[in-house]
Design a protein around this ligand. Sequence first.
Ligand code: OSB
Ligand code: MG
Length: 369
Amino acid sequence: MERVVIRHIRLRLRTPFVTALGAEDQRDIIIVEVHGEGHIGYGEVPVMAKPVYNEETVVTAWHVLNDFFVAAVLEGRVAHPFDAARLLSVYHGHAMAKAGLEGAVWDLWARRRGQPLSRALGGFQRRVPAGVAVGFAETTDELLRRVEAYLGQGYRRIKVKIEPGRDADVVAAVRRRFPAINLAADANGSYRWADADALRRLDKFGMSMLEQPLPREDLLGHARLQKVLQTPICLDESISSVRHAQQALALGSGRMFNIKAPRLGGLTEALAVHDEAVAAGVPVWCGGMLETGIGRAHNVALASLPGFTLPGDLSASERYWVEDIVHPPFALDEEGFIPVPDGPGIGVEVDRDRLEALTVRQRVHGRPK
Ligand code: OSB
Ligand code: MG
């Protein structure tokens, strides 16, 4: 590893994404490049505009990467991406910043071995089922139009966003119009135990899961809630380490996990959560954070592992961007699956000109060219 480049890039989502956490329209994120032996490995830090999903923002990620994390990895001995994960594990929090750097190390490592990232992670599924997360819309008609369009594009699972006061009506409208689809809802932690009755009213819609109803710290609350709900609870924000996954499994806090490497501090921790879930017989799916093609490539590679049996928030590039930063862009096949790239590393080509054009600022660490 000779050089690390930290780039803050800015790009606009095709349409704003509105959830219980607020609205995202402009994405200010960080792309990490790890250069070595003529190759470049890429990672992504998909922070939200405000610290509402976790504590991170583009400014905190810029700080910890440039002031601590890059030096720790450049000065450490990294023979395998596990070493990068271990070097970063002494620092608290800042999972997305860690994941961006560790992910770039994984990509570089796989490229040097001429191996697809999916294979380097132990994944053999050649395509992964695509689902889509649909944000709040201004009107029910607008929401139904969007859902219909996604179903027409082949998506195999629709996840709507809910929050107190905007739940049963949303779910009921989609269910009435599309009685047979795989339908789920994500609350992003916006409910409290006192709202359990409102959540129980969602049971009758036959949803495949209810994602993160309660605040992320509340593993006990989720266990208590799962006992009074038929709909399986899926944990997202609550699982920020393999320890949380073990505790959630022991407590019965949910019946499935959404695995996101950025939330977990990297692919190494994501693999550990996957393995715990598989051992416990708990199904998992791969979540998303409105990533560019770089983060999406990491997600698709991860989702090729055997425990990922459910459709993830793995959507086509065009669902987010007018133009992605990778070629070819991610797209669904005729049956609503995304093919896992089989070239070395992330397996898609990064558009260097576009990356430069989107760069707001960059810092170069290590040996200059
Ligand atoms: O809770 O899963 C979530 C996006 C940003 C932050 C949190 C979440 C999401 C999504 C969108 O639901 C998933 C995607 O399509 O990337
Ligand atoms: Mg979620």
